[in-house]
Ligand binder design. Structure first.
Ligand SMILES: Nc1ncnc2c1ncn2[C@@H]1O[C@H](COP(=O)(O)OP(=O)(O)OP(=O)(O)O)[C@@H](O)[C@H]1O
Ligand SMILES: [Mg+2]
Length: 253
C-alpha cells in the first residue's frame, strides 16, 4: 500500500503536566500519515510513553487537540480507546489470560464479538504472529519475544485503526527482534498504520517512513528518515554514521 499523505492521527499543541510548575510535554504537534510506519524516538524520560498513554486515552491532556482521520476526538477518550491499539512498554502487564488463547480472546470477549468472528480473528492473528502452536500454553511460560508477540496479538484482534508499540524490542535478542520487526513490516504491507516508539533507532530507521524525535517533552525533529538522520546524535540518539540508511536494516540477509 502506498502512503497517503492524509494523516490518520494529528496532535496539535498538546501539553501535559502532573504538577503545574513542572510541564512534561510542551506544545506537542505531530502527525502520523495513514499507512505509514512512523518512528517516535527520543532519550529516556523524554515523555514518549506518557504521550502514547494520552493519545490512547488512558490520560487526559491539559491543553491541545487530537484528531483521528480528521475528526476531533480530544474529548472522546472511549472512541480513542477503541480505535487505537497500544502495546505497552512492559508487555507483561498486558497479559491477563490463563492461556495464550484466552489471553488473545480477552478483549474480543469484552467487546461481545460472536464466536465465529472471534475464531476467525484468533486464527488469523495467531498465524500472522506465529503463535498458533502456543495457544494452550500458559503465558508465563513464554519467552520474552513470544510474550511480546502475544501482547501484539491481543491488541491486533481488536482491529485498531492505529497500532502503537512502545519499545517493542526491549529485552529481545537479535532473532526475536527480527521476528517482531518482520511482523511490523508485514502489518504495514497489509495497510496498517503503525506508530513505533523506540529509542533503538539503529534497528528501525531503515524501515520508517516518517520520523519524530522527542527531547525533554518537545518535538525537536520531524521528517523523512534522510532528513533527520544527520541530526540524531545531537539529540542523544545513537546511530552509526557514515553508512547509508538502508545499510542499517536488521532485515538484511
Ligand atoms: N506518574 C508519574 N508521576 C510523575 N512523573 C511521571 C509519572 N509518569 C512519568 N513521569 C515522568 O514523566 C517523564 C516522561 O516519562 P516517560 O515514561 O513518558 O518517558 P519515556 O520517554 O517513555 O522514557 P523511556 O525511554 O525510559 O521509556 C519522566 O521524567 C518521568 O519521570
Ligand atoms: Mg517509555
Amino acid at each position: 500500500m502506498s502512503i497517503n499523505d492524509a494523516p490518520l492521527l494529528e496532535v496539535k499543541d498538546l501539553s501535559f503536566w502532573f504538577e503545574k510548575e513542572h510541564t512534561i510535554l510542551h506544545d506537542i504537534s505531530l502527525s502520523v500519515p495513514k499507512g505509514s510506519l512512523t518512528l517516535l524516538s527520543g532519550p529516556n524520560g523524554s515523555g514518549k510513553s506518557l504521550l502514547m498513554r494520552i493519545i490512547k486515552g488512558l490520560s487526559q491532556c491539559k491543553t491541545g487537540t487530537l484528531l483521528l482521520d480528521g475528526i476531533d476526538v480530544t474529548k472522546e477518550q472511549k472512541k480513542r480507546m477503541r480505535s487505537i491499539g497500544l502495546v505497552f512498554q512492559d508487555a507483561e502487564t498486558q497479559v491477563v489470560g490463563q492461556t495464550v488463547e484466552k489471553d488473545i480472546r480477552f478483549g474480543m470477549e469484552n467487546l461481545g464479538l460472536d464466536a465465529a468472528e472471534q475464531q476467525k480473528r484468533l486464527d488469523e492473528v495467531a498465524a500472522l504472529l506465529d503463535l498458533s502452536r502456543y495457544l494452550d500454553r500458559r503465558p508465563k511460560t513464554l519467552s520474552g519475544g513470544e510474550k511480546r508477540r502475544l501482547a501484539i496479538a491481543g491488541v491486533l484482534v481488536m482491529q485498531p485503526n492505529l497500532l502503537i508499540l512502545d519499545e517493542p524490542f526491549a529485552n529481545l535478542d537479535w532473532r526475536s527482534t527480527v521476528s517482531v520487526l518482520t511482523t511490523l513490516m508485514r502489518l504495514k504491507e497489509e495497510g496498517h498504520t503503525i506508530l513505533l516508539v523506540s529509542h533503538e533507532v539503529e534497528k528501525t530507521l531503515a524501515h520508517a517512513d516518517h520520523v519524530l524525535i522527542l527531547d525533554e517533552g518537545t518535538i525537536v525533529l520531524s521528517g523523512g528518515k534522510e532528513e533527520v538522520y544527520p541530526h540524531l546524535q545531537r539529540h542523544g540518539i545513537y546511530v552509526p554514521t557514515g553508512i547509508g540508511i538502508e545499510e542499517l536494516s536488521w532485515l538484511k540477509p
